[in-house]
Design a protein around this ligand. Sequence first.
Ligand code: ATP
Ligand code: FE
Length: 337
Amino acid sequence: ITILGIESSCDDTSASVIRDGVLLSNIIAGQAVHQSYGGVVPELASRAHQQNIIPVVAEAIKRAGIDKSELSAVAFTRGPGLMGSLLVGTSFAKGFSASLGIPMIEINHLQAHVLAHFIKETPDDTDQPTYPFLCLLVSGGNSQIIKVNAYNDMEVIGQTIDDAAGEAFDKCAKVMGLGYPGGPVVNRLANEGNPKAFEFNKPHIQGYDYSFSGLKTSFLYTLRDRLKEDPDFIENNKADLCASLQSTVIDILMTKLRKAAKDLNIKEVAVAGGVSANTGLRDAFHDHAARYGWKIHIPKFAFTTDNAAMVAITGYYKYMDKDFCAMDAAPFSRVVL
Ligand code: ATP
Ligand code: FE
């Protein structure tokens, strides 16, 4: 079974080929056009997807070393994401599947982030999670604790009531003038800073839900107050600010995850989504593995932010269940799992 995966939900155009669960190729074209705007501009994103989609798919098929006639199905991200961006991938998938006479498989982007853990890089790669496991899904648009019972059975047991973790990184980075997306820059600077230099607010909410808007406000107020005394405050404290911000986000994330793991008595814990690239968060997972006996799953960097390999692997599982979709499948911008 050979699946072509297509991902175009936000600002990365990606295509991947997976054969029997094993990765053959994963091509990702980013979009530099958004950098000067401090965020993704939807109209520019869909235009860039239109330019990129054909060469990216062609490259993925070429690198996989296959002919397109060998494809069993086309899996595409149907949502959630930006409508204009999703339309490009969805329309391409329809045309491609119709011309080859192969089925189409719709993919939920968040489910795909979680299932990235099942991508095999070699046929004997056996490092996949076993069900049920907990997955902390932390990305630009979501922060959720998910109980994964099966590839197609996921329960969201906690989620953010306001901003996502990635958004907290990006927004705080933006006010420090660190560009977009700021998450990776904060991570890099944090490595040279003192995580205890500053204290920011942590939310007090019940259950497994998250909140990051209070942290963002408290970060902003710290900058505002300190800048009054010292106009060079940000410049002189960048590393410490980033280290303190990062450690606060990680602490918030891990506290609830720990609680969920304990209450549900699950020791198999994974992390997924763009923020799972964060080295401090990865360290915290290793620390929890050592301290609480967790069996942890941390994705390779290439499978953390948006990529089509996670779409193709999800497509592979759906293919085996003959879970195909009709030609009139329309993209959706918002949903829960
Ligand atoms: P969603 O998947 O919720 O629709 P998205 O697709 O935009 O959102 P991803 O591509 O999964 O999100 O992740 C992007 C986010 O990951 C951005 O907010 C970015 O700042 C963050 N990020 C990437 N690398 C790091 C890092 N090393 N440290 C912290 N954050 C990071
Ligand atoms: Fe994503």
